[in-house]
Design a binder for this molecule. Structure first.
Ligand code: IVH
Length: 663
């Protein structure tokens, strides 16, 4: 047996033992046996590093450190689930399904409280793992996911497979971790989900490794199988950890039984669940049911009823949104509900406070709606022993002290001052947010800092931040790396499609969905700015008020000035159809090809690169992003090495093009 074969044999043996230990819970080797095989492997790998296999168990111990999280565009979007909260809503879901699919079979699963992940296996080997992100684009977390002990780095068969599941932290691990943290005078982590998410968002995989994360796989997005249950079996056949409590239910009554059973038993599980996922089993039926913009119509999540707790309403403070809308917020004595500590909850408007007769000083009951958003339910009148004054809604803006004005419906109050600082800051926060320009690295606090320092007082200033690079690096909490990354993200946002800009501008009433409808219809911001109220009103989903808001917005000179400035700064104001291919590895990058590529001609490669809006140039310079390296390369290869330019060899190129379905 050659050394290479020996290494492979040890790797396979140890991987099988890991599977039996961590997934099957049925160890086949003693600890000593395992350790001695592992030591043998470690020694051989040290001696022959060229034979280290990417799926070797030694690759699970962490140690890989990344500079930042690369973006990953999901091949198929990662949808989230609609929610139902009671039996009636479960039965409504079933009735809706039955309108399209008369006799559905369901699969019920526990809804694991962790974070969703998408894994790509190429030739049976784990190639990449990514978070859900916004559903379309997530972050590359392969280095951390590799440390999950129960996850196979290599599958039994050499298949290409994309699988999805939930990374979670067991209750035991969280308790241990928190014990440690308290000992070290650190804040304990609030719940298993935050703990898992926090561990995954680490650059150094040693931390993820030490956190003992686990995973259940529950979804295969592209498959020829007939039912969802068969995909679970496929996952099991390939040694993936799947939840053992996945059950076929033949009708809605059986679904309700499953829900009732697990509502009673949830505390006995070694991990947290926040509900039950109900999925239509037949994949053809799933196709017939299809998707809304956000959710599959073939599945839903039943959320366990919220637990209610009592705490003191210490104060009510009002905040000012970007439109000037005033929102009263409850300031609560910190209280733990459903795994996290709650200190604040929205009270919506004055009428809401009046209807519930909430008074500062009351003991109130608080719950988490859908186990996520905290909500003040009511004051506990039996505990109102002192005389408390009814709440008086504010009449002037808490920030700029302008007299507030009521909305036409008289329910809400607004600060009418266009230069109110709170409004400006929140408009900036909105502009950079995920569904708007999506500029990562400009969090709420940073925007506030930049605003107070007068570095960014309006959206145009964001694009001049690069002129303040030296000042930014000097600021506390910023370094050269984070500033560079931020400036890159700002530059990247210039290529966004029109709908992001439209949403980001904050035109009253334009949400992300309407922004998309308008961008698709008008293609260019100039066309939209010339649209009439009548024309706009003709569009489905755009009513009279919205049409008026749009026309008003574009009739104001100050808004037109902003748009003109953005154009001067080369911010895209056109709709980019989703058919235009975009890929983060190719789009806007400069390529040089050297040597002969065996599986394609240069012209073919060039065409694909151009299709994704990349550019092929002849000579290597500092501006070159990638050099593609074929057989018998010329001096361009040496130059690329000197300049430290990314090099793709044939295999890398092949993998990327295969990923893009170009070969
Ligand atoms: S299926 C297209 N199954 O719940 C369907 N999701 O609220 C994809 N989750 O984003 C999701 N356990 O992170 C599915 N057994 C399960 C789940 C599950 C937990 C999470 C998942 C998803 C979220 C939706």
């Amino acid at each position: 047996m050659t050394i290479q074969e020996k290494i492979k044999e040890l790797v396979d043996k140890l991987n099988q033992a890991n599977y039996e230990y961590y997934v099957k819970d049925n160890p086949t080797l003693t600890d000593n046996e395992f350790d001695s095989l592992l030591n043998e492997l470690i020694k051989l790998e040290e001696q022959y590093p060229e034979y280290i296999l990417s799926y070797s168990p030694t690759q699970k111990v962490g140690g890989e450190v990344v500079d930042s999280f690369d973006k990953v565009v999901h091949k198929t979007p990662m949808f989230s689930l609609s929610n139902v909260f009671n039996e009636e809503e479960v039965r409504n879901f079933d009735a809706k399904v039955r309108k399209i699919v008369p006799n559905p079979t369901y699969v019920c699963e526990l809804k694991i409280d962790g974070l969703a992940v998408s894994l790509e296996y190429v030739n049976g080997i784990l190639y990449r793992a990514a978070t859900r992100g916004d559903g379309t684009t997530g972050e590359n977390i392969t280095h951390n996911v590799k440390t999950i002990k129960s996850l196979p780095l290599k599958l039994k068969s050499s298949i290409d497979l994309e699988v999805r599941g939930e990374i979670y932290m067991s209750k035991k691990t969280l308790a241990k971790l928190n014990e440690e943290r308290i000992k070290n005078n650190e804040e304990p982590l609030q719940n298993a989900r935050n703990a898992a998410a926090g561990s995954i968002r680490q650059l150094d995989s040693k931390i993820a490794e030490s956190r003992n994360l686990d995973i259940f796989l529950y979804h295969v997005p592209n498959t020829n199988l007939k039912t969802h249950y068969e995909t679970i079996e496929l996952l099991r056949d390939n040694n993936f950890p799947t939840n053992p409590n996945i059950t076929i239910c033949n009708n809605v009554d059986e679904v309700m039984q499953y829900i009732e059973n697990w509502t009673k038993k949830r505390d006995s599980l070694p991990y947290d669940i926040d509900g039950i996922v109900i999925k239509v089993n037949n994949l053809n039926d799933q196709k017939l049911l299809g998707y809304t913009a956000k959710y599959p119509k073939w599945a839903t999540a039943y959320k366990f009823p919220a637990t209610e707790v009592y705490t003191k309403l210490e104060n009510i403070v009002c905040t000012v949104g970007r439109t000037g809308l005033i929102t009263p917020n409850a300031v609560l004595s910190p209280i733990k509900i459903a795994g996290s500590t709650v200190k604040r909850a929205t009270l919506h408007n004055a009428q809401y406070i009046k209807d519930k007769d909430l008074r500062i000083g009351d003991i109130v009951s608080v719950r988490k709606a859908g186990d996520v958003i905290p909500e003040v339910v009511e004051p506990i009148l039996s505990r109102r022993t002192e005389k408390l004054a009814p709440y008086q809604m504010i009449t002037i803006c808490p920030i700029c002290h302008t007299k507030l004005v009521p909305s036409p419906t008289n329910i809400d109050l607004y600060c009418p001052n266009n230069s109110c600082e709170a409004r400006n800051i929140n408009s900036l926060i909105h502009f950079v947010s995920r569904n708007a320009m999506n500029i990562d690295g400009l969090g709420d606090k940073i925007i506030e800092d930049f605003y107070n320092l007068k570095i960014v007082t309006n959206i145009v200033d964001i694009y001049y931040l690069k002129d303040h690079k030296e000042d930014l690096i000097e600021l506390e909490g910023y370094g050269e790396k984070s500033v560079n990354k931020l400036l890159d993200n700002i530059e990247e946002s210039k290529h966004n499609s029109l709908e992001r800009l439209l949403f980001g501008l904050g035109i009253n009433g334009i949400g992300a969905k309407n922004a998309k409808i308008l961008a698709k219809r008008y293609k260019d911001i100039d066309n939209l700015s010339n649209a009439t109220i009548e024309e706009l009103q003709d569009i489905k989903d755009i009513g009279k008020v919205l049409a008026e808001n749009i026309v008003n917005y574009f009739s104001l000179e100050k808004n037109i000035n902003i748009i003109n400035k953005l154009k001067e700064l080369n911010i895209n104001t056109k709709y980019i159809s989703e058919d235009t291919k975009v890929n983060e590895l190719i789009t806007n990058k400069k390529f040089v090809i050297t040597g002969t590529i065996s599986f394609m001609t240069r012209d073919e490669i060039k065409k694909i690169i151009e299709k994704y809006d990349g550019e092929c140039v002849e000579s290597v310079s500092k501006k070159t992003d990638v050099v593609i390296l074929g057989e018998n390369p010329g001096s361009k290869y040496e130059k690329a090495q000197k300049l430290n330019i990314t090099i793709w060899d044939e295999n890398t190129l092949k993998n990327i093009l295969e990923d893009l379905n170009e070969i």
